[in-house]
Design a protein around this ligand. Structure first.
Ligand code: 2P0
Length: 349
């Protein structure tokens, strides 16, 4: 992509919002370099308002990388993964052979960890934008949003779902065909004001998920007999969801959202040893949601690598549906979230 490395790093700040997949990503292409992180399937998501990561990157004071998350110095695997990603950006823009300048990364997550919403999507999207602006000229000039497309492929290498967090509203990440991953990048489908939808995040547990998704995906590919069917049907779900979104058909969209989610979890369950992210409350919430739907409150469930249920519905019924689901025993709380904005990046004076 167009853009040159800068002689010296400068300070830049980026904000990127979290997203929830309406058509799911689960599985990586084998054989492709680990570092490319190529998904076996595409995905389609809604970017979330409020839930976001804010990241500032600038030259390090001492000549040593430093990473602070929510005001605390972070070392170990989390910091190493972030600096590996900044190395990637450096090499992508031609830094091979030269040493990347030491950087100071200050990041804040406004994604409550208890929400069971991954901060890796917003975190790596913000890191990609702030890192690119700090190290290169690629985002200089008018309308940086128009320059996000190739950066989506870079963000994907940090974390698959991060590729989708560069734009607001509704976003599709295509699987692509090329082995180098250059065509595996997301694109915005519909802006946040396209449709008055909300996502109810129904919390059913506290604490960390049982198995990381990167490891889980590898295990499913290697052992789940349903994996091939899961991969084969993904494109049809993506197309159906995109078309339903386009004509604002919640009944058709919801059917695809639930089908994609349940196929993913069936594939996980058939993995050896099984991957089960749900708890009893997860199932009770889904049943209560289906009962509510039969009573005219139209909401559709999805869930990720955790026990929480996310419910897609029109804003006008969100309060009534939320009140009803809050009565399910075991529900700890419900957040209402609308479609979020584009990511944003600026060079600091
Ligand atoms: C998704 N998930 O589409 C799916 C649904 C989890 C279940 O994207 O290995 O943290 O960093 O590429 O992006 C979680 O996976 O995985 C995820 P990596 P990531 O939202």
């Amino acid at each position: 992509m167009v853009g040159e490395l800068r002689q010296h790093a400068r300070s830049a700040r980026a904000v990127a919002h979290a997203n929830i997949a309406l058509v799911k990503y689960w599985g990586k292409r084998p054989g492709a370099g680990e570092d490319l992180n190529l998904p076996a399937v595409g995905s389609l998501s809604m970017t979330l308002d409020q839930l976001r990561s804010e990241t500032e990157i600038g030259p390090a004071d001492a000549d040593e990388d430093r990473f602070e998350l929510d005001g605390e110095l972070v070392t170990g695997a989390v910091a190493a993964r972030s600096f590996r990603h900044l190395d990637r950006i450096w090499r992508h823009f031609g830094g091979e052979g030269a040493t990347r300048p030491a950087l100071r990364v200050l990041s804040r997550n406004f994604v409550p960890t208890a929400a069971g919403l991954a901060s890796s999507a917003s975190g790596f999207a913000a890191l990609t934008l702030a890192g690119t602006a700090a190290l290169t000229t690629a985002l200089d000039g008018a309308s940086p949003r128009d320059r996000f497309a190739p950066l989506s492929a870079l963000a994907r290498r940090g974390s698959g779902s991060a590729a989708r967090s560069l734009w607001g509203g509704f976003v599709r990440l295509d699987r692509g065909e090329r082995d180098d991953g250059s065509d595996c990048r997301a694109r915005p489908l519909f802006a946040r004001d396209h449709w008055d939808l909300e996502l109810l995040v129904v919390h059913t547990a506290r604490g960390k998920k049982s198995i990381g998704s990167t490891e889980g995906m590898t295990r499913s590919r290697e052992t789940s007999p349903y994996y091939a069917a899961w991969v084969r049907e993904s494109k049809a779900d993506l197309d159906a969801a995109e078309q339903a979104l386009g004509r604002r058909d919640l009944t058709a969209l919801g059917a695809t959202v639930e089908h994609s989610c349940f196929k993913m979890h069936a594939c996980m369950l058939a993995t050896r040893p099984p991957i089960l992210y749900w708890n009893g409350t997860t199932l009770e919430v889904i049943r209560a949601l289906w009962d509510a739907r039969a009573d005219g409150l139209e909401g559709y469930a999805t869930s990720d690598a955790g026990p929480h249920v996310k419910v897609l519905c029109r804003s006008e019924i969100a309060a009534a549906l939320s009140e009803r689901l809050a009565r399910v025993t075991g529900v700890l709380g419900i957040d209402r979230v609308g479609p979020g904005p584009d990511a944003h990046v600026e060079v600091l004076p």
